[in-house]
Design a protein around this ligand. Structure first.
Ligand code: AMP
Ligand code: MG
Length: 353
């Protein structure tokens, strides 16, 4: 596990290199007759169980530390499974009784449930117990017995969540897990906060390399660039680079992020809600770019489960760009992604959807 965490850190650090290079950049903006210098500040933090890399361009002071604080607060008060007082935990402890949640959480839940419907259940925020049973990425991951999975599958399913405004009921035995959209939600919250901070002219926020927010502009007006990890060479060179505009969000779901290998089979953390087991459809990663952090994150998980053939309709509905990598080292790009993607490894072949 430590090795994988280190790999993640190395990946994030390298992702940030291009950004850090900008750390020495100073530009001047003219506001009426007052000239203000834009400074770049790059920092590393830890929140939402991952390494956070933040680069902020501002005419004011470095406010990167408040980004990490906000992310930890969202995790603790809204999304956490381990903090018994988070809103998600309270729902899971309610035993079928209707429970009031904040309008913030009910908004995220509504969007998530709509994505569940639109993806025909491929994105399913009720797999909590099954995820815990596998414990992939934890200390002692295990392959569960079929009967155990069957039992828990009976209790899961997004249709077991009922909502009336901010009043939420989970059918008894059903547990909510927003792990597949948590980092995206974090990116959305930060993007919203930045809108009230005029002195911040641009920011790129990278949560563990898997969820990225681009906000505003760089002083030299060049595009934000995000590195794409090679799913089979996570500590090596990047597979490619993806350009983002301010206001866009990127998320990647990959079978290399949390996994274990037993008898030659890779058991990873993206589960097929129909079987309760890791998806094996030849894909190794799915990357999404769209204008919402939550949706980019949820769509990357949903599209990984749906596979290449069934994902296109969903991507069109959400007006999202995507890149799918498979075991054969093919990269399938939507038309919009072709314009923003630069291939860096010749071992991969770029193909249209
Ligand atoms: P991501 O890396 O964003 O694809 O999220 C994967 C995480 O979401 C896993 O570690 C699980 O906690 C959870 N998860 C796994 N499979 C699904 C699924 N089909 N729908 C929703 N959440 C899932
Ligand atoms: Mg996701």
């Amino acid at each position: 596990m430590k090795r994988k965490w280190m790999a993640g850190l190395a990946a994030c650090t390298a992702v940030a290199l291009g950004i850090l290079a900008a750390g020495i950049l100073k530009e001047t903006v003219k506001e009426s007759s007052v000239e203000k210098e834009i400074q770049a500040y790059s920092d590393t933090d830890f929140a939402m169980d991952t390494v956070v890399i933040e680069t902020m361009y501002t005419t004011g002071e470095n406010r990167n530390s408040s980004v990490g604080e906000t992310l930890r607060e969202i995790e603790q008060t809204l999304l956490s499974w381990t903090n018994q007082n988070s809103q998600v935990s309270r729902l899971n402890q309610a035993g079928g009784v209707p429970t009031e949640v904040s309008s913030q959480l009910s908004g995220y839940l509504e969007t998530s449930l709509q994505l569940s419907k639109d993806s025909d259940g491929a994105f399913d925020p009720t797999l909590g117990e099954i995820i815990r049973l596998w414990n992939i990425g934890g200390e002692n991951p295990q392959i569960p017995a079929e009967e155990e999975l069957e039992k828990l599958l009976q209790k899961s399913g997004y249709e077991k969540i009922q909502m009336e405004g901010t009043n939420v009921t989970l059918k008894e035995g059903c547990t909510l897990d927003l792990g597949a959209v948590g980092k995206g939600i974090g990116c959305d919250v930060i993007a919203k906060e930045l809108q009230n901070q005029e002195e911040i002219t641009g920011m790129i926020l990278n949560l563990g390399g898997s969820s990225v927010m681009a906000y505003g502009q760089k002083p030299d007006q060049s595009q934000w660039k995000v590195a794409l990890t090679d799913p089979r060479d996570v500590e090596g060179e990047y597979l490619g680079a993806i350009a983002l505009e301010g206001g866009e969000f990127l998320s990647t779901s990959g079978d290399y992020e949390k996994y274990f290998i037993e008898d030659g089979t890779r058991y990873h953390h993206i589960l097929d809600p129909k079987t309760g087991s890791p998806v094996h459809n030849g894909l190794t990663s799915v990357t999404i770019v769209c204008d919402s952090g939550l949706l980019a994150d949820g769509l990357s998980t949903a599209c990984f489960v749906l596979g290449l053939d069934d994902a296109l309709q969903l991507l069109e509905k959400y007006d999202a760009d995507a890149i799918f990598a498979d075991e054969e080292k093919n990269l399938y790009l939507t038309a919009g992604m072709e314009e923003r993607f630069e291939l860096l490894k010749s071992a991969y072949t770029v193909r249209a959807f």
